[in-house]
Ligand binder design. Structure first.
Ligand code: SAM
Ligand code: SF4
Length: 478
């Protein structure tokens, strides 16, 4: 199903900027929520329809506590209907923190002379990836500052290196990227290296406000960044992730910006972003922010629920920036991917650089430093199905030709079985005994649910594949 956006003041054209802040504010200011209208919007979303900007504004403006609860309940229900109980797990791997930009919120910015600069050598990358594989990770996101050294060829070399590192039963099956915007040729080069998603966060969708935070370097150009994922699409890289850094400007406006960006990609390329991220500002070395736009926990949960309802079939990522309690609370409103066992200091996974923990080595501080296994334990306790699935992109199911949630029965045929198969691998290869027991119980329960929801043949095929995993076979997927 392709979404047809409402007419926007700036028409959607490929490679052309599409944000008009007055338009987004006008819609926000003009939309008056009444109870019935808000309920109608929630009902529309529960039918898995994308919401328009006006409908999104209706949810944003619903300040009545009763309606806020209904929005959250709607998001909880939609997540169940669309995603079931799967949560995909990944880890970030910081490759280098050299940076020529000056983003006022970031510890890596060029003017921060306290920052200890480091780019991992190939040998250090191998050690880091081996340590991540020893923990059971299968999906990584490589993260970089913006620096001429970290060009497309360099990133592509890193990606190929990472895919080639195999330790014991370990391997990385999907490498995503969070790095500076590239030109079209650059995106082609990283696509050829076999990346999954290329994430670029706009940080704030307000062009004037943007200038006040981005004081120097290439990132100062709002429109070059805004159109970066258009260039990715032109290069044939159709798996992209967007995001806004919450705390830079009014959260209501940023939610509208994210939906406007989604509309633009859908209108021009017939495929929306694969994922939306909503990082909140965390403490960083020499953090230097002006006016306070801090998003409190209640508003944060609310904005996650609103995003879930606005884009029912887009993946949503919640990171270890948030503390375990808040992550537990917010996951239920529509998050589909989280990181586990996260470390941001360069070289920290293998501890091979023998460093003291120091904010000057990190981009910002994280608030969830649990191990991957601790995160998995909590998910299992709460009946979630942790997943390391990487099947779709390896089977070429990406972009316009494939939207997992628009294909009826897709989740039951592919996503849930693959989640179980990859969890089974983790349990067999890496989990301590109590996690293993709890995990197999969750798999049994999900297998039984699947048996009731689909035909017996599907469930029997999955059962036999799970037995093959138990017997030592690896990387089996639908
Ligand atoms: N240097 C590239 C860039 O700016 O696009 C790569 C991404 S940067 C290493 C990853 C993201 O971290 C940024 O896009 C920003 O949203 C987020 N970030 C930066 N400083 C942060 C802070 N103090 N707290 C939370 N997130 C932050
Ligand atoms: Fe550099 Fe990215 Fe940090 Fe900005 S957010 S200073 S571009 S690493």
């Amino acid at each position: 199903m392709i979404f047809t956006p409402e007419k926007c003041r700036i028409p959607d054209q490929r490679m052309k900027p599409f944000i008009d802040p007055d338009e987004l504010w006008d819609i926000l200011n003009e939309t008056k929520p009444d109870k019935q209208a808000v309920r109608d919007v929630i009902a529309k979303s529960l039918e898995k329809n994308r919401l328009t900007l006006r409908e999104t504004a209706m949810l944003i403006n619903a300040n009545d506590p009763e309606l806020i609860e209904e929005i959250k309940e709607g998001a909880r229900e939609l997540k169940k209907r669309v995603y079931g109980n799967r949560i995909v797990l990944f880890a970030p791997l910081y490759i280098g923190n050299k940076c020529t930009n000056n983003c006022k919120y970031c510890g890596f910015r060029a003017s921060n002379k306290e920052a200890i600069r480091k780019t991992l050598t190939d040998q250090e990358i191998v050690r880091e990836v081996e340590a991540l594989e020893d923990n059971g990770q299968k999906r990584l996101i490589l993260v970089y500052g913006e620096h001429p050294e970290y060009n497309a060829e360099y990133i592509a070399d890193n990606v190929r290196l990472v895919y080639g590192i195999k330790k014991g039963p370990g391997e990385i099956r999907r490498v995503n990227i969070n790095a500076a915007p590239l030109d079209i040729d650059g995106f082609r080069i990283v696509k050829e290296a076999g990346i999954g998603t290329y994430q670029i966060f706009q940080e704030t969708y307000h062009p004037e406000i943007y200038k006040t935070y981005h004081l120097g370097g290439k990132k100062r150009d709002f429109n070059y960044r805004l159109t970066s994922l258009d260039r990715a699409q032109e290069a044939g890289l159709d798996d992209v992730g967007i995001g806004a850094l919450f705390g830079l400007y009014d959260w209501r406006y940023e939610v509208m910006g994210l939906i406007r960006h989604t509309n633009h990609l859908e209108a021009c390329y017939h495929v929306g972003p694969h994922t939306i991220s909503f990082p909140r500002i965390q403490n960083a070395s020499m953090l230097d922010l002006g006016k306070d736009y801090t998003v409190n926990d209640e508003d944060f949960a609310r904005l996650v629920a609103i995003l879930r309802l606005a884009v029912p079939y887009t993946g949503m990522i919640l990171t270890a920036r948030e503390n375990p309690k808040l992550r537990h609370e917010v996951i239920q409103f529509g998050v589909s991917q989280i990181d586990g066992g996260t470390k941001l200091e360069l070289g920290a996974y293998s501890d091979s650089l023998n460093q003291e923990q120091d904010l000057n080595r990190e981009q910002f501080q994280i608030n969830d430093d649990r191990s991957l296994n601790e995160v998995i334990d909590e998910l299992l306790e709460n009946d979630y199905l942790p997943s390391f699935c990487t099947a779709c992109y390896r089977r070429g199911r990406t972009g316009e030709h494939f939207m997992e949630f628009s294909v009826p029965g897709f989740i039951k045929r592919f996503c849930s079985p693959n989640a179980m198969l990859t969890l089974a691998e983790y349990l067999e290869d890496y989990a301590p005994a109590d996690t293993k027991a709890a995990g197999w119980k969750v798999i049994e329960k999900n297998l039984n649910d699947l048996r009731e929801q689909t035909d017996e043949k599907n469930a029997a095929e999955l059962k036999s594949r799970l037995d093959r995993v138990k017997a030592g076979e690896r990387d089996i997927y639908f």
